[in-house]
Design a protein around this ligand. Structure first.
Ligand code: SF4
Ligand code: SF4
Length: 410
C-alpha cells in the first residue's frame, strides 16, 4: 500500500480540526476513507521504521501482559497482518518472551521481534550479555531485531560505557540487529535528547498520547498548558525523525480506561481507534504498540490501521476521555514534581506502576515493574507527605498516592 508524504499528516489534521462540516477532518493524507476500509480487522498499512529498513505494521503487538497458554493471541494478530512483536525479559516473568517464541517459531523470517532489558548505570557488559542470551533462549531465536534499554529514566543509564560495548559486541555477533531506548517517565525528554544527540539509538519506544500532546488541547481550550505541559515531547519526536530514528509509541490510550468510554461510543466509533489515530496522525510517529489482551481487542485496535484522520465524533470521544480522566492521570514524563520529594522518590515512575495496577488491573505486572524501581516509594511510609503536597502541576494528590502504591506493590 502506498504511503503518502507523512510530513503532511498533522498539518492536514490541524486544518481540518475547525473546518469540517461533514464530520470528518477533511484533509486525509491518503483519502483513506475510500482507499482503505475505515474499520478493517486487518493491518492496512506497513511503515518504514527509521533507518532499520524494516517495514512494520502501523499497529504492533505489545505483550506486557501475555501469559502462558495465550499463543492464540499472537497467532491471531499474525494472521491479521501484525508483523512486529514487542516484549521484554521482565514481562510476566519471562512468559511473554516464551509465548511469542513458541507462537512465532515457524514464522521467524516473516516477523520482527523487539525485546528489552533494564540496564542500570553500573551494569556490566557481561551481565547484560547474560540477559540477552536468556531472552534469546526464551524466544527460541538466535537474534533480536531491536533490543531496548528498558524504561530509561536517568541519563547515567545511557552513559554506562558497558552498555555501548555490549551493543557493539552483540551487533558484531549478530545477536541484535538494531538498538533502542524505551522510556515513559522520569527525565524522559533529557534522556531522549541525549540518546539522539549521541546517535546511540536506531529506534525509540516512547510514551505518547493525545493527553500529553499540546496540539490536542489547542483544539478546544485556550489554557491547554494547564493540562498538557509537555511541548518538548513533540519536539523530540520531530528530532528523531530528522535523525532517521524509528519512533514507536506506547501508553497511547492515556491509562486505557476503555470501559469508561463504552457508553459514549456510538455508531461503531471506538475510543481506542480514535486515540491511535491521534498519535499516528503525527508525521513523526511510525507505529503504535499496544498490549493485546484478547482477540476482540486485537480486532478493535486494528480498525485504526491505515486511516489516520480523526473524525469529529472521534475527537469528541478523546475530549470526553480527557475530561473524565485528566484530573487523575499522571503525565509521567512531565516530571514537574521531580524535585518535590526530599527522599528522592521517583514519583512519576511510581505512579506509572500504580496505573498498571489500578487502570490496567494487572497487579502482577505492576509489581514486576515496581520491583525494577528498587522499592522506590518505601520512604513514603515514614513521611508526613507535606513536601510533595501541591507539587503536581496537574493537580494529582501525590501525597495520597505514593504510599498506598508502595503498600500495594512492594
Ligand atoms: S510522601 Fe514524602 S516520601 Fe513520599 S513522595 Fe511525597 S515527599 Fe516523598
Ligand atoms: S505527578 Fe503530576 S507533576 Fe508529577 S509527573 Fe505526574 S502529572 Fe507530572
Amino acid at each position: 500500500m502506498k504511503r503518502t508524504n507523512p510530513s503532511s499528516r498533522r498539518g492536514f489534521l490541524r486544518r481540518g480540526a475547525f473546518g469540517s462540516l461533514a464530520g470528518l477532518f477533511p484533509f486525509s493524507r491518503s483519502n483513506a476513507s475510500t482507499a482503505v476500509e475505515r474499520s478493517s480487522k486487518h493491518v492496512q498499512r506497513y511503515v518504514p521504521l527509521g533507518r532499520t529498513g524494516f517495514r512494520i505494521s502501523d499497529i504492533t503487538f505489545g505483550s506486557s501482559r501475555l501469559r502462558r497458554g495465550q499463543d492464540d493471541l499472537v497467532r491471531h494478530a499474525l494472521d491479521r497482518g501484525v508483523n512486529y512483536f514487542d516484549t521484554a525479559d521482565s514481562y510476566t516473568n519471562g512468559a511473554s518472551e516464551r509465548v511469542i517464541g513458541q507462537a512465532l517459531g515457524g514464522e521467524r523470517d516473516k516477523v520482527y521481534i523487539a525485546s528489552k532489558t533494564h540496564v542500570s548505570a553500573g551494569a556490566s557488559r557481561r551481565s547484560i550479555m547474560g540477559k540477552l542470551e536468556a531472552s534469546l533462549k526464551r524466544l527460541g531465536t538466535d537474534y533480536i531485531d531491536v533490543y531496548f534499554n528498558h524504561a530509561v529514566n536517568r541519563i547515567d543509564r545511557l552513559e554506562n560505557p558497558e552498555w555501548s560495548e555490549f551493543v557493539d559486541r552483540a551487533k558484531q555477533q549478530g545477536k541484535i540487529r538494531f538498538v533502542g531506548m524505551s522510556g515513559h517517565a522520569g527525565n524522559l525528554i533529557e534522556c531522549l535528547d541525549h540518546a539522539l544527540d549521541a546517535d546511540s539509538v536506531d529506534v525509540l519506544l516512547v510514551a505518547y498520547n493525545f493527553g500529553q500532546d499540546p496540539a490536542f488541547y489547542d483544539r478546544f481550550t485556550r489554557s491547554f498548558d494547564l493540562v498538557a505541559k509537555q511541548p518538548d515531547l513533540p519536539r523530540v519526536l520531530a528530532k528523531a525523525k530528522t535523525r532517521n530514528v524509528g519512533v514507536v509509541t506506547m501508553k497511547t490510550l492515556m491509562g486505557a480506561r476503555l470501559n469508561d468510554m463504552r457508553p459514549y461510543e456510538k455508531n461503531g466509533a471506538s475510543f481506542a481507534q480514535a486515540a491511535f489515530r491521534w498519535v499516528l496522525s503525527n508525521p513523526n510517529v511510525d507505529a503504535v504498540t499496544i498490549s493485546m489482551t484478547s482477540t476482540a481487542r486485537i480486532d478493535e485496535y486494528l480498525g485504526a490501521s491505515g486511516v489516520y484522520e480523526v473524525s469529529q465524533q472521534e475527537f469528541e470521544l478523546l475530549k470526553t476521555y480527557a475530561h473524565l480522566n485528566g484530573a487523575s492521570y499522571c503525565r509521567h514524563a512531565c516530571n514537574d514534581c521531580e524535585s518535590a520529594c526530599p527522599y528522592g522518590v521517583p514519583i512519576a515512575d511510581v505512579l506509572r506502576t500504580r496505573m498498571y495496577a489500578t487502570d490496567y488491573q494487572d497487579v502482577p505486572f505492576a509489581r514486576s515493574e515496581y520491583a525494577l524501581l528498587g522499592d522506590a516509594a518505601a520512604a513514603c511510609l515514614g513521611c508526613s507527605g507535606k513536601p510533595c503536597q501541591g507539587a503536581c502541576t496537574h493537580g494529582l494528590p501525590i501525597e495520597q498516592l505514593c504510599e498506598p502504591t508502595h503498600r500495594m506493590l512492594a
